[in-house]
Write a protein that binds this ligand. Structure first.
Ligand code: AHR
Length: 616
């Protein structure tokens, strides 16, 4: 590898090159990053019809002791469904006496709640009754046999004859990652419940983000975050698309919606506001993808798309408008008077071939540029090999393919016209049989692809892997970068490959050329400053079955790799994967770089996903 580090050939890498794409897929948000433990907290799953679908809520007791139904008596206008619990038994001398643990309802959360000893949980719910109530609110083990935390709510009929908000702080005296939240009573009467929430108190800055998953995101030092989809933004049908106005304001007022592409309900606790808060908390530039009047199966004709355009303009005003503006004031009321730094928006997702895309796109483009000239607009149409027929600041580029193909596609942008919009590679991954659940082979192909993007970063402005998260209880798409359940997580090799690029954004690309005849190697060289020191970093991938000796020659600066650090990602077999039982089977291994002073030879064993040599 010949590296020319002279000033003439150096090129700055965009500050925003490496980021993340957060889609509400695989329960990434609901039952994932969004730490809410209750699933279907307003009993609205299935919509506003009666009887509503109360799943996954379940009933404790049999039909002789309890009857549960839903009605439309909620005090919340946008989500009218409430749950009515008709308790038929009574332990106060009645012939129909309640079982000792009482009767009631429980919510198992998203495949079990992670309740940990010594930790505190805020439980909020709304209750109403025609009589006095005596309800026990508790976290229990999965079958209810063990109580982990509990408090009794006792109230006179006169105090709960109208909807009343109750707030409790429960401290767990035991640990169970499959726990449930239950409401039980031994008192006869009718009790209505609505909007039940249980949040751990230790979310990131109290902002509602599950700490361990949040830290995994931070570990990638993302410079941007694209959200909330993906197909999630489009919907199979427009009626089920993500519409931001339904996801802001008080959580109790949010109707929630069924994401019909990934086939699950979201209570939309992680809404438009929370996405911007997340971006701010991880120090990444927000990239908002909005629906452009197009879903997978229906489209709004361009002549009728104005309401969608207004919705996008309002969504931008929500993010960065003055706190006195119509939508900026809603944001301010939610606790963030300062504007969020929104500078990028994407008009739809993967819609370029749809009949009305271009027409609709231009309506959005003109309106946004008029109101917010500084906002960069991302088109869905590919300009990697031919110019676009419409104006755009970036074009979106997605690739899911086999490892060998992605390896060779590290050259996809070598010949892209340099005078058009920049590329936003917002989704890439090796998938199908080459990747299974996320293995070394996938990481190898991705590593080479990223090296190519890094070298083409004069025209490639931003890059993110997809999907970011999967809850193993509902794998809608594999592979993914971060795998989790209620209490554990690990990174796939694809996650760790991204970590090799955390120094790249904002660094300097050095001109590098591979000589020799190996077709299984890709490599790059960058320089950057950290802690007041200058560093040079060589990254290389060996996709082949043979060892390769890589001789690194640097001209233009004195780079002595002797005694410097190296980091390697490899494994015994390319099909190896991490798992909950072996979460660190494939993670970067750090050691001293063993090179002689005379001969800068790096031994690249077969199937090294990424080797990085760092000298400073
Ligand atoms: O990343 C998974 C899906 O792949 C995204 O939702 C979509 O944009 C693409 O088809």
């Amino acid at each position: 590898l010949q590296v020319d580090a002279s000033n003439m050939t150096r090129r700055p890498i965009p500050e925003t090159l490496f980021g993340i794409f957060f889609e509400e897929i695989n329960h990434a948000g609901a039952g994932g990053l969004w730490a809410e433990l209750v699933s279907n907290r307003g009993f609205e799953t299935g919509g506003q019809t009666i009887p509503s679908n109360i799943w996954p809520w379940s009933i404790i007791g049999d039909e002789s002791s309890i009857y549960v139904a839903t009605d439309r008596s909620s005090c919340f206008e946008r989500n009218k469904i409430a749950l009515k619990m008709e308790v038929l038994c009574d332990s106060n001398g009645s012939s129909n006496s309640c079982p000792s643990g009482g009767v009631g309802i429980y919510n198992p959360g998203y495949w079990g709640m992670n309740i940990e000893e010594g930790k505190k949980y805020k439980v909020v719910f709304y209750v109403r009754s025609t009589g006095d109530i005596d309800v026990s609110v508790s976290f229990t083990s999965s079958n209810g046999s063990l109580t982990l935390a509990s408090e009794n709510i006792i109230a006179l009929a006169s105090d709960v004859s109208n909807w009343t908000k109750k707030e409790l702080l429960l401290e767990a005296n035991g640990t169970d990652n499959g726990a449930r939240l239950q409401f039980t009573t031994t008192k006869k009467g009718s009790i209505w419940f609505d909007q039940v929430s249980a949040m751990p108190m230790d979310t990131y800055k109290g902002h509602g983000f599950r700490n361990d998953l949040f830290q995994m995101m931070v570990g990638l030092k993302p410079r941007f975050i694209r959200f909330p989809g993906g197909c999630f933004v489009e919907g199979e049908w427009l009626g089920n698309a993500f519409r931001w106005k339904e996801t802001v304001g008080a959580w109790e007022e949010r109707p929630g919606h069924y994401g019909d592409v990934w086939k699950y309900w979201t209570d939309d606790g992680l809404g438009h506001f929370e996405f911007f808060q997340l971006a701010e908390d991880i120090g990444a530039a927000p990239i908002w993808v909005f629906n452009n009047g197009i879903s997978h199966n229906d489209q709004v004709e361009t002549e009728n798309v104005k309401p969608f355009v207004q919705e996008a303009i309002d969504g931008i005003e929500f993010a960065r408008g003055d706190p006195n503006s119509t939508w900026g004031s809603v944001r301010a009321a939610m606790g963030h008077p300062e504007p969020f730094e929104l500078k990028y928006v994407a008009v739809g997702n993967e819609d370029c071939n749809k009949t009305y895309y271009r027409g609709n796109y231009l309506e959005f483009y003109d309106a946004i540029k008029k109101a917010y000239p500084d906002i960069k607009i991302i088109s869905n149409c590919d300009a990697s090999f031919k110019p676009l027929d419409h104006p755009a600041d970036y074009f979106d580029y997605h690739v899911y393919t086999l490892a060998k193909d992605l390896f060779s596609r590290s050259h996809d942008f070598d010949n892209t016209p340099r005078n058009g919009p920049k590329a936003f590679v917002s989704e890439y991954a090796v998938n199908k049989t080459d990747a299974n659940n996320g293995n070394l082979l996938a990481a190898l192909g991705e590593a080479a692809f990223l090296l190519g993007l890094e070298k083409n970063s004069d025209i490639v402005g931003m890059v993110s892997y997809a999907p970011l998260f999967v809850n193993t209880n509902d794998k809608r798409w594999i592979p993914d970068a971060i795998v989790f359940n209620s209490s554990h997580l690990y990174g796939t090799p694809s996650y760790w490959v991204q970590q090799f690029f955390t120094e790249s954004s904002g660094a300097t690309l050095l001109d590098s050329k591979l000589k020799g005849n190996s077709s299984s190697i890709e490599a790059s060289a960058i320089s950057f400053q950290a802690n007041g020191k200058d560093y040079i970093q060589i990254k290389a991938v060996n996709f082949g079955e043979e060892s390769v000796n890589l001789k690194v020659t640097v001209t233009g600066l004195i780079a002595n790799f002797y005694g410097s650090k190296k980091k390697v990602l490899t494994s015994g077999n390319v099909m190896d994967e991490n798992s909950f039982s072996t979460p660190e089977m494939i993670v970067p291994q750090e050691s001293l770089l063993e090179m002689t002073e005379e001969e800068d030879l790096i031994k690249m064993a077969p199937f090294i996903a990424l080797f990085t040599g760092l000298c400073g």
